[in-house]
Design a protein around this ligand. Structure first.
Ligand code: 5GP
Length: 121
């Protein structure tokens, strides 16, 4: 899939749409989800035009991929959820119901999160 420069997260990265920032470094921007599914629900997005995990890992340098995942960990640290625990999740493609075609990692925390999937497959 070709990256669309006008997807909502690209526009947030360019500062065209506001966000409630949780963390930022050279590799990633993290901000609170507009429709939180948990008391803490933050999205971490790479600062580059990657649609999916496959796109990121095939086309970004190992240093960038590493920097991005370190930023996910730094965001969780910044949110103060290391002790209580948290869940990370990344939807990729149609079956996962990926809505925004800019790769992102969700961080959920702030209450016991229950089983991993809503219903058995
Ligand atoms: P996906 O289903 O693609 O993994 O998740 C996309 C997430 O982006 C959803 O949880 C949705 O609430 C969030 N989202 C969509 N548009 C915006 C926006 O404009 N601002 C913020 N902060 N979150 C958004």
């Amino acid at each position: 899939m070709v990256y669309d420069d006008n997807n909502i997260f690209a526009r947030i990265l360019r500062g065209e749409i506001p966000c409630k920032k949780a963390y930022e470094d050279d590799f990633a921007l993290a901000f609170h989800d507009i429709r939180p599914a948990a008391p803490v629900h933050v999205l971490v997005i790479p600062k580059g035009p990657y649609v999916s995990l496959e796109d990121l890992c095939a086309n970004a340098s190992p240093a960038f991929v590493g920097g991005f995942f370190k930023a996910v960990a730094a965001t969780a640290r910044q949110l103060g959820v290391l002790e209580s625990g948290y869940r990370i999740l990344a939807n990729n493609g149609a079956d996962a119901h990926q809505e925004v075609m800019h790769f992102h990692v969700h961080i959920f925390a702030g209450r016991p999160l229950g089983p991993m999937l809503k219903s058995p497959g």
